[in-house]
Design a protein around this ligand. Structure first.
Ligand code: 5AD
Length: 352
C-alpha cells in the first residue's frame, strides 16, 4: 500500500472505532504530509458537525488571581517568577466581569487562577454561590488546580458545574521533567478521578511540544484521556515563558496540535474541545484553524483589561483582538467567514 493509503486507512478506522492500535496512532503523529492533516481535519469536522452542527460555544475566561504557590517549570506565573506583578480580583470585581460577560452573550464563566491559598473553600464557595444566584442560567467552570476531594465536593455543592485541570502529561517520568519534587503525578491523576466521581463535567489536557515530550508520551496522553472519559480536553502548543527554566526551549508545533485536535475529535465525538489561546498566540489564524480541525469552543478573555497582561502564562500571550470578550462581534464575524456561528448557550456536554 502506498504511504498515503496507509494513513488514510488509519484515519478511517479511527473515525469508525474511536480507537487505534498504538502503531497506527504513532504513524498519524509522525507523518508530516499536509494531506494527512487536511484529511484528519475534514473527517473531524464532519464528526463534530454531526453532534454540534456549526455551533461554536464561547466561555468567558476570568483570570482572577495570578498568585501561585507552585513552581511548574513551564509556567510564567510560577512562584519563583519574581518579575510577575501579582494581583487578585475581589468578589465584587469578579461579579462585575460576569455582568459584562452576560451582556455580551456569555453563559459560561471560567474562573481560572494559580493555586492561591487566599482562595480557600469558604471564599471560593461564597463566590460560586454569588455568581450562581446572580446568573442562574449560567454554568460556572473552575480551574484552580489541585485540591482535596473534600474541597472539590464543597465547590461542587456550592454550585460549580465544571472543572478544568490539565493532566499536563500522562507519562510519570515526563511529569518529573516538568514539575518540581513536591508535585506528584499520582496526585494530579487522583484529582481528575475525584472530579469525575463527584460529578463535575471535567476537562483534562496537555501542552504539545513541552520539553522532553516524545511520541510515546502523547500515546500515553491519548490512552489516559480514553480511560478518564472527560467532557472537555484542552490542548495547545507549549510556548516558552521568560524567567522560567524553560525560557530557551523551543515552541511546540502548531501543526501537531491541529492534528491532535482532529484525532481527539475522532476518538471522542461529543467532547468539548477548545481552540486555545496558546494556539491563537502561536499562529495568526490559530483559532480558526483549530475550529477547522475539529474544535468547538473558544474562551475569550473576560478579565478586567488592567490585569490581562499580568496573567502571563507564556510570552506574548494574546489578550486583545478576538481574544478579548468585548470583541465577541469581531470573533463572530471571523467564525462566520469560515462557516461557523457563535451561539449563546451554556454548551453542556451533549447527552446520548
Ligand atoms: N505554554 C503553553 N501553555 C502553558 N500552560 C502553562 N504554561 C504554559 C506555557 N509555557 C498551560 C498549562 C496549564 C494551563 C492553564 O496553561 O497546561 O494547565
Amino acid at each position: 500500500m502506498p504511504m498515503s493509503k496507509l494513513w488514510q486507512a488509519a484515519v478511517d478506522q479511527l473515525e469508525q472505532d474511536h480507537d487505534l492500535p498504538e502503531e497506527q496512532f504513532a504513524l498519524l503523529l509522525n507523518e508530516s504530509d499536509p494531506a494527512l492533516s487536511a484529511y484528519l481535519a475534514e473527517r473531524a469536522s464532519a464528526v463534530r458537525n454531526r453532534f454540534f452542527g456549526r455551533d461554536i460555544y464561547i466561555r468567558g475566561l476570568i483570570e482572577f488571581t495570578n498568585y501561585c504557590k507552585n513552581d511548574c517549570f513551564y509556567c510564567g506565573i510560577r512562584n519563583s517568577c519574581k518579575n510577575v506583578n501579582r494581583y487578585r480580583l475581589n468578589e465584587e470585581q469578579i461579579l462585575s466581569c460576569c455582568g459584562t460577560g452576560y451582556a455580551l452573550g456569555f453563559r459560561t464563566f471560567v474562573l481560572q487562577g494559580g493555586e492561591d491559598p487566599y482562595w480557600n473553600d469558604q471564599r471560593l464557595c461564597s463566590l460560586i454561590s454569588a455568581i450562581k444566584s446572580a446568573y442562574p442560567d449560567c454554568a460556572v467552570t473552575l480551574s484552580v488546580g489541585e485540591r482535596s476531594r473534600e474541597s472539590y465536593q464543597r465547590l461542587f455543592d456550592a454550585g460549580a458545574d465544571r472543572y478544568l485541570l490539565r493532566h499536563e502529561t500522562a507519562d510519570p517520568s515526563h511529569y518529573r521533567r516538568l514539575h518540581p519534587e513536591n508535585l506528584h503525578f499520582e496526585d494530579r491523576i487522583r484529582c481528575l478521578r475525584d472530579l469525575k466521581e463527584i460529578g463535575f463535567q471535567t476537562g483534562c489536557g496537555f501542552m504539545v511540544g513541552s520539553p522532553g515530550q516524545t511520541t510515546d508520551c502523547i500515546l500515553k496522553d491519548l490512552q489516559f484521556i480514553h480511560s478518564l472519559q472527560p467532557e472537555m480536553v484542552g490542548i495547545g502548543p507549549f510556548i516558552p515563558a521568560s524567567g522560567t527554566p524553560f525560557e530557551s526551549q523551543h515552541i511546540g508545533s502548531s501543526s501537531l496540535t491541529l492534528k491532535l485536535l482532529s484525532m481527539i475529535r475522532l476518538m471522542f465525538p461529543r467532547v468539548l474541545l477548545p481552540a486555545t489561546t496558546a494556539l491563537g498566540t502561536a499562529e495568526a489564524d490559530g483559532r480558526q484553524q483549530g475550529i477547522l480541525a475539529g474544535a468547538n469552543v473558544i474562551m475569550p478573555n473576560l478579565s478586567p483589561a488592567s490585569v490581562r497582561k499580568k496573567y502571563s502564562l507564556y510570552d506574548n500571550k494574546l489578550s486583545s483582538g478576538e481574544e478579548a470578550a468585548e470583541s465577541v462581534e469581531q470573533l463572530r464575524r471571523s467564525m462566520e467567514k469560515i462557516g461557523y456561528r457563535i451561539v449563546t448557550d451554556r454548551g453542556d456536554y451533549p447527552s446520548e
